[in-house]
Design a protein around this ligand. Structure first.
Ligand code: HEM
Length: 141
């Protein structure tokens, strides 16, 4: 296996773990929006640890290996890659907002109402990933 293929395999592995965590965050945040009981801070604290130890490092690795593949393959500045990067920034921003929300919920006290973008974070992430994967596989532009 050559270095390029290995970097691409590590890129896809990191993405699977990262996006798994982002979808988990989305599902649990919808659940926690309705849960005001004492279990809320405990569950939020549990997801917060997973997010910090697994999901966030996977995002960093997905960007790192994506960057390595981009440079090694000389893909920059192809149009498919530029559109993909904008969508990946959207997914990264949603993840950042989720992490902030989870941190607030893990602390005792009243959390502010759930932002509308976070109410729909799973749908938004799935739609973005669908377009990203079509762009990267088909490279229509
Ligand atoms: C949600 C985030 C991302 C997803 C779902 C994703 C998905 C993928 C997939 C499935 C492949 C394999 C394509 C193939 O083998 O034909 C790939 C390759 C690649 N990705 Fe990503 N990626 C993401 C983030 C990034 C980032 C942040 C960068 C750049 C910094 C990047 C740059 C690349 C490049 C240059 C390739 C190589 C394309 C090729 O060899 O055909 N990706 N990506």
């Amino acid at each position: 296996m050559d270095t390029y293929t290995l970097a691409k395999a590590l890129h896809v592995t990191a993405i699977i773990i990262w996006l798994g965590g982002v979808l988990l965050n989305g599902v649990l945040l919808s659940y926690l929006a309705k849960d005001t009981g004492p279990g809320r801070t405990q569950l939020a604290g549990w997801i917060r640890r997973w997010d910090f130890r697994v999901t966030l490092p996977s995002m960093v690795l997905a960007w790192l290996f994506g960057g390595i593949v981009m440079v090694m393959g000389g893909w920059f500045p192809d149009a498919w890659l530029m559109i993909k990067l904008v969508l990946v920034l959207v997914v990264s921003a949603i993840h950042g907002m989720q992490s902030g929300r989870i941190r607030r919920l893990a602390e005792p006290g009243q959390a502010p109402p759930l932002l509308s973008v976070l109410k729909h974070s799973t749908e938004l992430v799935i739609a973005a990933v669908l377009v990203i994967v079509v762009l990267v596989i088909v490279k229509p532009l």
